[in-house]
Design a protein around this ligand. Structure first.
Ligand SMILES: Cc1cc2nc3c(=O)[nH]c(=O)nc-3n(C[C@H](O)[C@H](O)[C@H](O)COP(=O)(O)O)c2cc1C
Ligand code: SF4
Ligand code: FES
Length: 500
């Protein structure tokens, strides 16, 4: 058809995973995904058009009509609303909450990196090292951990990671060493390594800061993880709204490979505007060229993950911690993203267990009405709860969670009703729609809140909200539905202004 040999069968069907990269390429060149272009991609990749349409229409970033694709975005999510963004006029959190109200022009060159993090362990090179130069990374201690890992061998590396008691930083706090060991021991081959850099939880931007400021650290950590868990191929799945991080990581991979420091093939994959693709199994489906719908678990990714093979999936911050473990410089600190009504929004690297109040003082918070801890899937805290230690156990004791490390501060001027409505809209927007409690529950939750805030709080609505929350928690397939009512329930319970 186009003067080339067309191949069929398994060889072509196994290229289904190229669907999202191809769609991005089409949209980047043509500005949208026309029916003709989609059908052509379907023929070349041997995908039924109806199936491909289901995929392209799932992702917010792909435009099926001319003029609909956007490369400029204005955020109107929780933090940006606090900074004056008009409700209902923009997109969900862009991961730029430290610069709220945030606007992203994907085509513009990044501003010069000016932020420094002088007393941070994990971010010590950010703003100091040249993110585009492997030599600069080496001059600042880079690739020492990989050398050490090669000397120690896989088993010893896993032993050290396990001994450090590092817990995953992606939200679920799963022991990292245990995960690495399970993948290393899995019989089926190949083993895949996936770095989850989808970071779309409102109020969260730490992985962006790491990837933009110290990209070689993530690449080195990927090389260590692959060595330890015996992974033959790696992917870094980066949300589409992080173009600077994507470019810098791609360059770091290239330079590391050329220098003989990366034994496996690591591919950068672009997300396409779906928060749910941060859920690990939805992320696998997305890489495989499918709709980003979570899978039922078990089986867990360490046994049946990407392409049905044993897969090690870790968050960016989790992986970068491993370098310090091998270099003997590890301390159990954690990155917190502080935003909202504070003088110094940004990423803070503080020891786990530090009282929230101390963090807020460092960030320059004044009088506080409420704090949203853990992002949209987290919970609201009152001024009386600010002494909570920022640890997994400490927050659990008051029914909260550290989640993704988001700390959003609301002073007395904040409109808490708007904040709750924005959270409800976020979940209604981002539910993948696969299971009924979440698909219907997130919609009803938003409607009831709107009614309550417009007409006053009737007992029937309060009961209804609580029933919906219970159904979503008990019967949703994945964490999105299971947590979609948390922040709203905690806000309604704790914040007096919402009970007026
Ligand atoms: C709705 C939803 C969104 C998630 N988003 C992210 C994300 O953006 N980044 C991330 O690392 N983990 C995210 N997770 C958690 C992942 O499923 C997974 O637990 C994590 O990537 C494992 O890495 P870790 O062990 O290093 O924490 C999300 C989970 C859910 C349920
Ligand atoms: S809980 Fe929501 S986001 Fe998760 S699978 Fe079900 S519908 Fe999709
Ligand atoms: S960038 Fe607007 S809320 Fe995060």
């Amino acid at each position: 058809m186009d003067h080339r040999v067309i191949r069929g069968g398994l060889a072509v069907r196994s290229r289904r995973h190229m669907l999202l990269p191809v769609l991005h390429e089409i949209q980047d060149r043509a500005g949208w995904v026309s029916r003709g272009a989609l059908e052509y991609a379907c023929r070349r990749l041997s995908i039924p058009p109806a199936e491909a349409y289901g995929v392209v229409s799932f992702y917010a970033r792909f435009a099926l009509e001319p003029g609909r694709a956007r490369t400029e975005h204005v955020c109107d999510d929780i933090v940006c609303q606090l900074a004056g963004a008009h409700p209902d006029q923009g997109v969900n959190c862009l991961g730029l909450c430290d610069r709220a109200p945030a606007r992203l022009d994907e085509k513009q060159a990044p501003a010069a990196e000016s932020v420094r993090y002088p007393d941070s362990r994990l971010l010590r090179r950010v703003g100091i090292v040249d993110p585009g130069s492997i030599d600069s990374y080496r001059e600042h201690g880079g690739f020492k951990a990989l050398r050490r890992a090669r000397e120690l061998g896989a088993e010893q590396v896993i032993r050290q990671v396990t001994a450090s008691a590092l817990l995953g930083r992606g939200g679920a706090a799963f022991p990292t060493g245990r995960k690495w060991e399970s993948v290393a021991k899995a019989q089926a081959r190949p083993h895949y390594l996936v770095c989850n850099a989808d970071e779309s939880e409102p109020g969260t931007f730490k992985d962006r800061v790491v990837m933009e400021g110290d990209p070689f650290a993530l690449v080195e950590a990927m090389a260590v993880a692959a060595l330890a868990a015996g992974c033959e191929k790696g992917y870094i799945y980066i949300r589409d709204e992080y173009p600077v991080a994507r470019r810098r990581i791609a360059r770091a991979i290239e330079q590391s490979r050329d220098a003989g420091l990366l034994d496996i093939d690591v591919e950068v994959r672009r997300g396409a505007g779906a928060y749910i693709c941060g859920e690990e199994t939805a992320l696998f489906n997305s890489i495989e060229g499918k709709r980003g719908e979570p899978r039922n678990k078990p089986p867990f990714p360490v046994e049946v993950g990407l392409f049905g093979r044993p897969t090690l999936v870790n968050n960016v911050e989790t992986l970068v911690n491993v370098l310090d473990i091998l270099n003997g410089e590890f301390a159990d600190t954690r990155l917190f993203c502080v935003s909202g009504h504070v003088k110094h929004p940004g990423v803070y690297d503080i020891p786990l267990g530090t009282p929230l109040r101390l963090l807020l003082e460092r960030a320059g918070a004044g009088s506080i009405q409420a704090v949203l801890l853990g992002g949209a899937a987290g919970s609201f805290l009152t001024p009386e709860q600010l002494d909570v230690p920022l640890s997994f156990e400490g927050t659990r004791a008051i029914g909260a969670t550290l989640g993704s490390g988001a700390v959003i501060v609301f002073d007395a001027t904040a409109d808490m009703k708007q904040a709750l409505l924005r959270i409800a809209r976020f979940f209604r927007d981002e539910s993948c729609g696969q299971c009924v409690p979440c698909r219907v529950g997130t919609k009803r939750q938003e409607e009831i809140l709107e009614r309550m805030f417009a007409n006053g709080r009737g007992q029937a609505d309060v009961m209804l909200l609580s029933d919906i929350a219970q159904a979503m928690r008990d019967a949703s397939i994945c964490g999105l539905g299971q947590t979609a009512a948390n922040a709203i329930a905690s806000g309604l319970k704790q914040l007096p202004v919402l009970n007026a």
